[in-house]
Write a protein that binds this ligand. Sequence first.
Ligand code: PLP
Length: 408
Amino acid sequence: MKPLGPIPAGYTAIDGELAISGRKASELVAEAGSTPLFVYSRELLARRVADLRAAMPDRLALHYAVKANPFAPVLREMALLVDGFDIASGGELAMVRAAGIDPSRISFAGPGKRTDELEQAIAAGVTLNLESEGEAARALDAAARLGITPRLAIRVNPDFDLKGSGMKMGGGAKQFGVDAERVPALARLVIESGAEWRGFHIFAGSQALGPAALIETQAQTLALAARLADQSGAALPHCNLGGGFGIPYFPGDQALDIAAIGAALGEAFSKLPDVLRETQFCLELGRYMVGEAGVYLTRIVDRKVSHGDTFLIVDGGLHHQLAASGNFGTVVRRNYPVAIASRFDAPTEEVVSVVGCLCTPLDRVADKAEFPRAEVGDLVAVFCAGAYGASASPAQFLGQGPAMEMLV
Ligand SMILES: *Cc1c(COP(=O)(O)O)cnc(C)c1O
């Protein structure tokens, strides 16, 4: 028997069924028309951002990293909740603009921005987080061709990384950002070009659950920003401190203590050096804002026994849930929080594996876990599905196509 990850707070049972935003799973599936289906809770999105606002210093702006979940209704909801949007492609730029979000609230990071993407972003008034000297030159050329003053920041490849993070994105040789020691020279070039100088973007990693590591990284980030701003010879208008806030996916994971992080940041803000005194700071968070607000619902289409092991086979799988299947940046496969949605408050009765419908042994939703007895037709819920589910899974694999999505 293998344990399941912790079910996030905010989910209840109504008539024995999982309810999301107070609506029963079966009702939501009936409304959507079929399974598999991602359901995102408006209430849980709002609660999460409110909790962040309460924990963090007032001075800190909150940005949403669109790649976690670019579903249009989610973007429109987030537009009411957060201060800014961070994108990483021209495709995301189009999605954010289609959601009616003002381009002045958008910043664009990501290596390998094509010239046409740079042009679209500059023309719209989006801030570019420059990833290299070469990209800076292409952006300045594009701006000159268009006759527009570009809004430019520099993404810094910090000389440290976020300890304990699931995905390290700083420290050492990286395809992201400009190595810290070369940043002052590039910053001077950007400032002297007459561009609107927007400061630094310093992102050191993702999915950290230890507050001590995040507090240490934020302190290092502030110290680095101060040093680089000094060496650039200009006060820093903006500084994106990155993010990296993780959510509990696996057995034993603890929810992040955001009060401790907010208190440490407030303390750090109270003793900033002069060069950062007027700086506007922001955090950019994807997973932490939307991950726990989403549930993936899929229906059991077969129940079979092989060599004594019972398999529940569902109509969804890794083509929508690559991370839950253990195939997206994990070393040892562990179970996500998974439940039988149609028997949400029933006692567990048997150890079974829930597998997807793809013709590959990689397609596992829950491995040898304890569930109430479930039959063909029952709904299975995979939690923590709000981030990197629909947006980061190979939906076209085996001709399956994307899942439906709804915000309730
Ligand atoms: C992926 C990414 C994020 C979001 O990471 P989460 O773990 O979802 O919070 C933020 N900023 C940058 C630069 C990223 O690449």
